[in-house]
Design a protein around this ligand. Structure first.
Ligand code: HEC
Length: 142
């Protein structure tokens, strides 16, 4: 093949490539425009609602949840019946020795996990303040 022909052929190829790339990016444009609807579609599914509790967003909620909401959603499963010796809701005998360690230690155990107590009591997106509020709720009536 002569050099001239090679140059002509590759020009044709580049032109064809430009058409393909051009139409591909055109096809992608509408998607870029609908980012917000994409965010809606991949948003967490629904909310968890427990009878008597304020509804709590599945994740990413900006507002701090109340101690009672966090407790009912995340802690109640173990702390209502005392699963694996979890200190029970408002049970003074269960809480006495634990509170004697000081609230800093109790909070640290709740946030970091402690034996069978999972870190943040499984509320992965809870702030330390929300965990503290849940603890306060658990000992409010001692
Ligand atoms: C899977 C069960 C389970 C869940 C869910 C759970 N806990 Fe616990 N929790 C335990 C167990 C078991 C212990 C006792 C651990 C030990 O003393 O060995 C405990 C202990 C604690 C203690 C006492 C720590 C100490 O220093 O003695 C606090 C405070 C606590 N949990 C807070 C919470 C909070 C707040 C939540 C919810 C956000 C929660 N837990 C969710 C099982 C659970």
């Amino acid at each position: 093949m002569k050099l001239v022909n090679v140059v002509k052929t590759s020009r044709l190829f580049v032109a064809a490539l430009a058409v393909v790339v051009g139409s591909a990016s055109a096809a992608m444009l509408p998607q870029a425009k609908s980012t917000s609807s994409l965010e809606q579609r991949i948003a967490p599914i629904g909310q968890v609602r427990i009878a008597g509790a304020t509804p709590v967003a599945a994740s990413g909620s900006q507002q701090a949840r109340s101690g009672d909401a966090v407790y009912n959603q995340f802690c109640a499963a173990c702390h209502t019946s005392g699963v694996l010796n979890a200190p029970k809701l408002n049970d003074a005998a269960d809480w006495e020795a634990r509170l004697a360690q000081g609230m800093d230690t109790v909070l640290r155990h709740a946030v970091q996990g402690f034996n069978a107590m999972p870190a943040k009591g499984t509320c992965g997106n809870c702030s330390d303040d929300e965990i503290q509020a849940a603890i306060d709720y658990m000992i409010a009536e001692l």
